[in-house]
Design a protein around this ligand. Structure first.
Ligand SMILES: NC(=O)C1=CN([C@@H]2O[C@H](COP(=O)(O)OP(=O)(O)OC[C@H]3O[C@@H](n4cnc5c(N)ncnc54)[C@H](OP(=O)(O)O)[C@@H]3O)[C@@H](O)[C@H]2O)C=CC1
Ligand SMILES: Nc1nc(=O)c2c([nH]1)NC[C@@H]1CN(c3ccc(C(=O)N[C@@H](CCC(=O)O)C(=O)O)cc3)C=[N+]21
Length: 306
């Protein structure tokens, strides 16, 4: 009789990595204050009252202050006019105390995310969403890189060392996550496939990959049986699903990967929660420090960008 050896993937601890990154950031912030007399400042705009967005924005504000930076939170009513929102962005663009500006998405229907992003000074676009930053990244130049992709790449490099020559599949092609993740993997010399809702034979495409990044928004879609044994899996998805076992009306957070089956096959996998999510916020702080240094003509600290 043969027995299959029991495998359990290494858990990629984004929470711990993010905590260490925030310590590094705090050191740089202290140095910027003491030696150069500047305090990095991050402005976060929240339009409307989406409960999940409120939680993220609060977490961002708390962590910004924890590392010694200034946090400017602007809560706007759901029916704010585009003109009023743009006037605020213009003020923040001109404010020397503000080095990073992020408008939390999604915004209400009557506003255009594309136009909001276009209004933000690319030098303060810590979300890396502007055409300028997306173009700089795509052409291999120094850019502000979106926080979630930056966090994914830091975790992958930390776990694998060099990514050169590895085959990578990114599931999802959004401007915020899928596309910039793919650009970063390409820059690190992976052979990159970008999959999306029209991809034929997704399971087979995924099975060829040494690295899988799932940014889909479909709870537990990627199964262990789809994976190449030993693959490294980064789960970006944040989905709330009903959890009646926790009590009536309770929810729990799951990723786009079915963690339990994937952990039997993968070599390493990032969990949800505790994986990419905490990295996103830490990288937002890192981008703000980077933006502050660039705008003051100072050398950029190492370890805050990739
Ligand atoms: N951890 C974090 O910090 C963050 C997490 N997220 C989470 O990551 C996930 C993705 O976010 P985001 O990129 O903004 O989402 P979008 O909805 O903008 O993009 C989703 C992508 O997934 C693709 N897709 C949808 N269904 C399928 C399918 N059945 N098979 C293959 N591909 C599919 C879509 O394809 P198509 O283009 O063809 O429609 C699209 O490209 C969400 O769960 C979100 O909550 C997002 C940002 C930060
Ligand atoms: N302009 C813009 N930029 C963004 O980067 C952006 C956005 N809009 N809109 C929404 C998404 C989502 N997002 C997350 C950030 C942190 C966690 C996070 O901290 N997650 C924790 C758990 C949090 C919880 O328990 O709810 C974790 O995964 O461990 C998750 C998701 C940023 N986004």
């Amino acid at each position: 009789m043969t027995t299959t050896p029991h495998r359990t993937a290494h858990k990629i601890d984004g929470k711990a990595y993010a905590a260490a990154l925030r310590e590094t950031i705090a050191t740089h912030v202290a140095w910027l204050k003491e030696v150069h007399g500047v305090t990095p400042g991050l402005a976060v705009l929240l339009v409307g009252e989406d409960p999940a967005s409120q939680v993220y924005v609060r977490n961002k504000g708390v962590q910004t202050v924890e590392v010694g930076m200034n946090s400017y939170e602007h809560k706007l009513p759901a029916d704010v006019s585009a003109a009023d929102l743009y006037a605020l962005i213009d003020r923040l663009n001109a404010d020397p105390a503000v080095h990073g500006i992020l408008c939390q998405f999604p915004v209400p229907e009557h506003l255009s995310e594309t136009e909001i992003v276009a209004r933000i000074d690319p030098a303060k676009d810590v979300d890396g969403l502007s055409v300028v930053n997306a173009g700089l990244l795509a052409s291999g130049q120094k850019a502000m890189v979106s926080c979630t992709p930056l966090g994914c790449l830091m975790l992958l490099r930390d776990h694998l060392g060099s990514l050169s020559g590895k085959s990578a599949v990114v599931i999802g092609r959004s401007n915020l996550v899928g596309k910039p993740v793919a650009q970063l993997l390409l820059r690190d010399s992976c052979t990159v496939t970008i999959a999306h809702s029209r991809t034929a034979n997704l399971e087979e495409v995924v099975r060829g990959a040494d690295i899988v990044v799932a940014a889909v928004g479909r709870p537990q879609m990627v199964k262990g049986s789809w994976l190449k044994p030993g693959a490294t899996v980064i789960d970006v998805g944040i989905n709330r699903i009903p959890a009646p076992e926790r009590g009536a009306g309770k929810n729990r957070l799951v990723g786009d990967v079915d963690y339990d089956s994937a952990a039997q096959v993968a070599g390493a996998i990032s969990p949800v929660p505790g994986g990419v999510g905490p990295m996103t916020i830490a990288c937002l702080l890192a981008n703000t420090v980077t933006a502050c240094c660039r705008s003051n003509g100072l050398a950029e600290p190492e370890g805050l960008s990739v």
